[in-house]
Design a protein around this ligand. Sequence first.
Ligand code: SF4
Length: 644
Amino acid sequence: MGKSITQKILEEHLAEGKFEPGKEIAIKIDQTLTQDATGTMAYLQFEAMGISKVKTELSVSYIDHNTIQVGFENADDHNYLQSIASKYGILLSRAGNGICHQVHLERFGKPGKTLLGSDSHTPTAGGLGMIAIGAGGLDIAVAMGGEPFHLMCPKVTKINLEGKLRPWVSAKDVVLKVLEVFTTKGNVGYVFEYGGKGAKTLSVPERATITNMGAECGVTTSVFPSDEITKQFLKAQGREKDWVEVKADEDAEYDRVVDIDLSEIVPLVAYPHSPGNIKTVKELSGMTVNQVCIGSCTNSSYKDLMTVAKILKGKEVHPSVSFVISPGSKQVLENLAREGALTNLLSTGARITEPVCGFCIGNSQSPQTDAVSIRTSNRNFFGRSGTKSAKLYLTSPETAAASLITGKLTDPRDLKMDYPQVEMPEKFYIDDSMIISPSDTPEQVQIYRGPNIGEPPSNPPMPANISGIVTIKVGDKITTDHIIPAGSRMKYRSNVPKYSEFVFEIVDDTFYKRAAEYRDKGKHNVIIGGLSYGQGSSREHAALCPMFLGVKVVIAKSFERIHSANLINFGIIPLTFKTESDYDGIDSGDEIQIPNIRKVISKNEPLIVKNLTKGKDFEVNYELSERQRNIILAGGMLSYIKNK
Ligand code: SF4
């Protein structure tokens, strides 16, 4: 039987186990990336491991999230990251050089390699034919230390692209179509592998837009073949030597095969508050728009922004619309400037930010009260923009550009102009001066630590029994943004005691006080969740800060992959209801006991939860490998590694 791309790359990197979907495997990691919001904690954990130099082929530390620098905290973090990179053999991409995924695609990604990143959109690099996986910062620290990365061997879905996109329809519409077909649930443990004749019509940045938002479906990663298109892109980046062909065998077998005809896709939009809420733009057209934001790691490539510049040439932004562009990288911005396209955008009335995450993470450009904000980014979760009452609609750059001209959500085909085809340049203008190499004399490098940078908190081993309180009960699709907010709170990422004060702030701003009180009285905190608990960003603080507050157990209907792994890494056991309706019989404030939890987990036996308040027992499931059970028992990954 022939092999898929996924199977080929994973098998070439296997360190433990074999390619059997559903079984735990470990793979060698060739490259890692971190961004500053998750990076400081990852590097504090790396330091705690006592290793003198990273053991990967390439590790890059990007500064792209917290760049507003209101107060000293972010600048201190940047200095810490720069000194760490210099000392431990890591490249540093400075603030202003670009969004990690865009820069990694341009300058570092290599077909056939593995990449582990402390950001859930790391699969963007799958557009180059890599297996690129998002994980928590602690997993990245361990991979930088040369240890393999453990994951459940994925099943593979082949998405067979046929036909060719019609004018005014672009890669974002393709991935919104994928979200309509697969939704945001039920894809955990799968890889989306793209192929078919239609794939050959898409450039690398277009492919990367599609692999980027596979994260919203909850898949392990998404991957395209590496072919002549990939070779041309790498050549234009001066990196032709990094190209290898990566393709599936003709007779490869897949767990699922779904056909999508590119020529049948129309402009689509994800409406609030989930990227899986899909309608056609036509269905919602005419809605008044207050803000248009173009950028983010999904749609900020040269091709995206050149297309927008050509659409907007000679036009003005509608007076009631606020228009911001965050270019994906310094390279994108410089190439736009050299082509004269930047002038088009400025003349139109665009507010151009430095090339960073910016509006996407909600730490700037928050829209007005009750705003309708059209964005080319990948997440429209409640509160993500920094304005709770705002409604975020995710669209292609073409739809965003059309809407900012008319002031209403507009199908770009209604602009009645020729679609501006943008060819990829044969050679990009390249300037890597904002990428700093590590020191040749690492022993002389002093690590910079500002007052905002604290030690990572430790966690005691799992106790013999859980005796606790349901501190909060939440519903379905709770994202990591709900658990620990980003935006203006992100500057506390390196200070866990301070950042913990904002856990569940968006859902219930009394949570912190309750949880801290119970913890200080020696009670264990228990969280009850619904379906897809922990979806969204990979931020490990959504596990680390609850751990600091004494949370030992989360019981949910289902978990998203990265968050479940993060909970385990921080010694919190993710449990699922054996009978889903037991969720209905439990309330916030209920007193909970789980007798003999240590003994039961170590023997991998069924686990019974006692609800003392309701006088009812119920069974919960935990599907953990022996290694994961040992991590939980040790109180988390760091203790597990130290005691190994
Ligand atoms: S999703 Fe937004 S915040 Fe996250 S890496 Fe991409 S641009 Fe940055």
